[in-house]
Design a protein around this ligand. Structure first.
Ligand code: PLP
Ligand code: ZN
Length: 401
């Protein structure tokens, strides 16, 4: 792992080595960022060197941990020009392995787990992160121990079981799942790959930022709209823009970063409106959109800081607006989005109406997953029964991934 210079705590700046598996800062629980010697890399790693490379996220190998990748072809997803809105692109993450952008983070995390010689990985999850971890663990020959609420969307459960993961369905909330992982991990010898509790899922997700710049010809858009639960993708992309500037690939310009949340669970949007640097725990979260049902994100302070620095905004949209956007995208663009992704369109509509974005602005809307993973949710919303999965609170500060 020669390319990693050190791991850096986002709270106290402490440096840690990457030769052993790390979780969070031992001093203050801060999130650890992977740092490379970008000044040295700049001498040999030009944007032009990407030409002809593998069309996966591992094309950016120099700014990813140096280990044999556990890859299933993740990343380098299409940036589809919208057929409806000029200058709008849809970043189609539903085409990733296991049907969501979670593949990127898990490819990086499992790559490193394997290179460290870890054998048993564990995570609490609302669904998509579990599916991704199950798949990459299978590919790496590692054990995956997954804890999900018992009413998790059917696709996630069936996928995880098919990949041979150890699935525990918990009669409770995702916070109960997280607690079970925390309680058992030491005695069972599991390494916990909960979101932002190890440094490499961010590294995988940051490749979305590299791709946007590359696919726009090394320009950054005016705006990026991202459905925000834990906010890992947003955090990763912001890190990527800083790295690309240090490499001389882009200038100082940055997109306005937009975090969209579901109205029934919008702690970051609320904190943003109140001008607070961290969010309060959102009580009684109620939304059909599982990936956005995060009452308190571990990296909320990072997300809010990025929104501020970028001149961005956080906003919330209702489940009805999300489901309307989902159907609209399917009919107008031919894209069957995850409800989380459809929230990006709902947000774009609002931000155009308010004048935050104009038709001249290049804006990237993230569809973070495939609608095929949510047939039960979409069908239930259509019939108005909203019977499954039940809107439920997922307490705790460990995100639902
Ligand atoms: C499809 C989808 N979109 C978005 C999110 C939220 O992701 P993040 O944690 O990066 O905010 C999730 C998380 O579960 C998800 O599954
Ligand atoms: Zn620290």
């Amino acid at each position: 792992m020669a390319r990693i210079a050190f791991l850096e705590c986002t709270k106290c700046g402490e440096h840690l080595g990457a030769d052993l598996p790390q979780t969070i800062c031992p001093k203050d629980g801060g999130i650890l960022y992977v740092r490379y010697d970008l000044a040295e890399l700049k001498k040999s790693f030009a944007a032009g060197s990407l030409f002809g490379r593998t069309p996966t996220m591992w094309r950016y190998a120099e700014v990813l941990p140096e280990a044999e990748p556990v890859s299933l072809g993740e990343g380098f997803t299409p940036m589809l020009p919208s057929r409806e809105h000029a200058n709008v692109y849809i970043k189609e993450e539903g085409l990733n392995p296991t049907g969501s952008f979670k593949a990127r983070g898990m490819s990086a995390a499992v790559t490193m787990a394997k290179s460290y010689g870890l054998k048993k990985l564990a995570a609490p999850s609302a669904g998509n992160a579990a599916s991704a971890l199950a798949a990459y663990a299978a590919a790496a020959g590692l054990e995956a121990h997954l804890f999900m609420p018992k009413d998790v969307p059917l696709a996630n459960r069936v996928e995880c079981e098919s990949y041979g993961a150890h699935v525990t369905l918990v009669d409770g909330l995702i916070s109960d799942c997280a607690r079970m992982v925390a309680e058992k991990k030491e005695s069972e010898g599991w390494f916990d790959v909960s979101t932002l509790k190890e440094p490499f899922r961010v590294e995988g997700k940051k490749t979305m930022g590299y791709e946007i710049a590359e696919q726009l010809g090394w320009r950054v858009p005016q705006g990026i709209i991202y459905p925000t639960g834990g906010g890992v993708g947003l955090i990763g992309m912001w890190k990527a823009f800083d790295e690309m500037e240090a490499l001389g690939w882009i200038g100082r310009e940055r997109p306005h970063m937009v975090a969209v949340q579901a109205a029934g669970c919008a702690p970051i949007a609320k904190a943003w409106d109140e001008g607070k640097p961290i969010s309060d725990f959102w009580e009684n979260a109620t939304t059909l959109v599982a990936g956005l049902r995060v009452p308190k994100a571990y990296g909320d302070f990072l997300v809010l800081d990025i929104l501020k620095k970028s001149g961005g905004v956080a906003l919330s949209v209702s489940d009805d607006e999300i489901m309307d956007a989902l159907r609209h995208w399917a009919r107008v663009e031919g894209i069957f989005a995850a409800p989380e992704g459809a929230a990006s369109l709902a947000a774009y509509r609002k931000l155009r109406a308010s004048g935050f974005f104009s038709t001249d602005d290049t804006v990237v809307l993230f569809n973070t997953g495939s609608g095929l993973k949510y047939l039960d949710v979409i069908e239930a919303a259509k019939s108005g029964t909203k019977s499954r999965p039940k809107a439920r609170q997922i307490g705790g500060i460990i995100g639902p991934y």
